[in-house]
Design a binder for this molecule. Structure first.
Ligand SMILES: Nc1ncnc2c1ncn2[C@@H]1O[C@H](COP(=O)(O)OP(=O)(O)OP(=O)(O)O)[C@@H](O)[C@H]1O
Length: 594
């Protein structure tokens, strides 16, 4: 490939240089690289730069925006003159030429900035007495036909029998479907005929049969419902906090119109017109037609109902219709369905052994009983200079968070930094304040804890230890990547618009692999602070149980999960995640972006 020439636009050259640093991307990268080096693009950029530079001199502003009107007035005046000189005659001919007039019309359109599309006029009020009928032709799409009592699989709309009139009406128009794209079919329209066949006294199933047997173009005769026109697409994006499978949902108005999704999927909510059934597309899907999903209100109602009717608890907490956790003692035994009859989570055995761990402070997850996981509104956070998101590694005690944190920092200690913890214990002669710990008095530390200045804190052998939010912030402000591996109870304090953390759940591998890898590596148990020894079998079970519990309670906060089976593999994944956080736009709670 040719190297850019000397006169190449500097912005293009910069883009090209940074593109060369990107390792992945495959064909897309090659395409982008060729495009950035093409002479045509460079020429266009040069033209653009010149126009922008000239525009600054005010040379390109129109003197008038009604040149054509002035021309017509001049022609009018000239037409009244009986004897005209040769110059007048020439001007008359020139002004009458259609090409000249077209140029003037174009000039005026540009001067008036009249190049935006015009919206169609609002239709006049229909005469109540007079029945207006519209004929709409749609080409039958090649989407598979379903057996539902609706027209949805064919034209992107559902039909129903109107309870009051007994007539067949359009119940819902799916955003992005054929009916919606036509702009001619709206919810509430009454269907009179389909392909010339009257639908009077027919059921939605009969109408569907007519549609199924039709080939090519389908013609609808409809009585429009004025005032119920199509609504604009909303821009709301949400992250789903539960799994949804419409085939398990007996209440969905049309199963074929349902959109299935998994916990963590980002959904574009295109319509919230219906209180119970929203229309959505999965972000990144190429399918234009939206699908039906339960609204937030409906899903919340289902979860509350489920908790009340089946108060199976996990450590005393009401059951949640939540994430499906594989290899989990806490996972539902059947796929979690959002119906009131859904199988609730089985009780999870509480961790039997209470270990004295450094940052274990009062349990605060009562708060999470109130959390009803439905949807979280999200927006894209674009990477930009000065925005360095901290990387937070959470997981079960003993799973290897600290080991991974240490290894990540070792790859580039200038870039990755962990905050120095505070302690109230006295400074030892061999120690230096600010190196291993920042030493403060117990009173000061207690005051700061009460003021909410610590993201985590705990007591060990009568002394307080903790990490302050300010230490995390000062690393962020220094432009380095803050890496922390706090106790999972710190997540609530950390996940704020101020810190904008990228939270990675460090997951244990299946039990046999956990035992195998840790035994092989002669791993040291973190359950015993007093002596260095191997993990016991019970402790391995605890790690798995604890991981399931954390995932169950806080899974909705995780940006990513990494299974820590083989340390080298987990570190590679961690480095990739770190790269993504710094270079890619990522979905975050919408409040972080506003
Ligand atoms: N993938 C792995 N394979 C083998 N050994 C591992 C692996 N990950 C961690 N270990 C070892 O397991 C032990 C515990 O790891 P680590 O101290 O990082 O746990 P932790 O999650 O930080 O626990 P705690 O919060 O209780 O301190 C260490 O000896 C570590 O070297």
């Amino acid at each position: 490939m040719e190297a850019p020439t000397e006169n190449w636009d500097p912005a293009l050259t910069r883009l090209l240089t940074s593109l060369k640093e990107v390792q992945s991307g495959g064909e897309d990268m090659v395409f982008l690289s060729e495009l950035l080096q093409s002479k045509q693009l460079n020429a266009l950029v040069q033209v653009h730069n010149k126009i922008v530079a000239k525009g600054k001199d005010d040379k390109f502003y129109p003197l008038l925006s009604n040149a054509m009107q002035v021309t017509l007035e001049v022609l009018d005046l000239l037409g009244d003159i009986v004897s005209v000189s040769q110059e007048y005659q020439e001007l008359l001919n020139l002004l009458q030429k259609p090409h000249f007039q077209a140029i003037l019309c174009t000039h005026d359109a540009v001067a008036q900035k009249d190049y935006y599309p015009h919206l169609p006029d609002i239709p006049p009020e229909a005469d109540e007495e007079e029945e207006t009928v519209k004929i709409v032709q749609l080409v039958k799409s090649d989407e598979p036909l379903g057996g539902a009592q609706s027209a949805e699989p064919i034209v992107g709309a559902t039909i129903k029998t109107d309870e009051d009139t007994g007539k067949i009406v359009i119940a819902r128009v799916m955003h992005g479907g054929a009916a919606d794209r036509s702009g001619l079919i709206h919810a509430g329209d009454e269907v009179i005929e389909v392909n010339g066949i009257s639908v009077e006294n027919k059921t939605p199933a009969d109408v569907l049969a007519i549609l199924q047997s039709s080939e090519g173009t389908i013609t609808f005769k409809l009585v429009p419902s004025f005032g119920k026109g199509g609504s604009r697409e909303s821009k709301v994006r949400v992250r789903a906090l539960f799994n949804y499978d419409s085939s398990d949902d007996p209440y969905i108005p049309c199963k074929e119109a349902g959109l299935n999704f998994k916990k963590g999927d980002v959904l574009h909510i295109v319509s919230q017109d219906d209180a119970y059934w929203w229309q959505a597309r999965r972000e990144g899907d190429r399918v234009m037609r939206a699908g039906l999903i339960p609204s937030r209100a409906l899903q919340e109602g289902r979860i509350i109902h489920e908790r009340q009717t089946d108060p199976q608890t996990m450590d005393g907490k009401p059951a949640l219709c939540s994430s499906s956790t594989t290899n989990s003692d806490c996972a539902p035994k059947t796929p979690c369905s959002p119906t009131p009859t859904a199988t609730a989570l089985l009780p999870c055995k509480s961790t039997p052994k209470v270990k004295k761990i450094m940052y274990d402070y009062r349990e605060n997850d009562d708060y999470d009983r109130e959390m009803i996981p439905t949807y979280e509104e999200v927006a894209r956070l674009y990477p930009r200079p000065g925005l360095v998101r901290p990387i937070v590694l959470v997981g079960a005690p003993g799973v290897g968070r600290n080991e991974l944190r240490r290894r990540l920092i070792a790859t580039d200690p200038e870039k990755y930094v962990t905050p120095v913890p505070f302690t109230s214990r006295p400074l030892k002669p061999s120690e230096q304040n600010g190196k291993e710990y920042i030493f403060v008095s117990r009173e000061k530390m207690e005051q700061d804890i009460n003021d909410g200045k610590f993201i985590e804190h705990g007591e060990y052998k009568g002394n307080l230890y903790g990490t302050s939010a300010e230490s995390v912030e000062s690393i962020i402000n220094s432009g380095r990547v803050c890496v922390i591996s706090p106790h999972w109870q710190a997540l609530k304090m950390l996940r704020t618009p101020r810190l904008r953390p990228y939270i990675i759940f460090i997951k244990p591998p299946p039990l046999e692999k956990l035992i195998e890898t840790r035994t092989l590596a002669n791993a040291r148990s973190t359950f015993d602070k007093e002596s260095s020894r191997a993990f016991t079998e019970e402790e391995f079970h605890d790690i798995i149980r604890s991981a399931n519990r954390i995932n169950f309670l806080y899974g909705y906060m995780f940006d990513e999960e990494i299974v820590n089976q083989d340390l080298a593999g987990a570190l590679t994944q961690l480095l990739k995640a770190s790269w993504r956080v710094q270079s890619e736009p990522l979905w975050v709670p919408a409040s972080w972006v506003q």
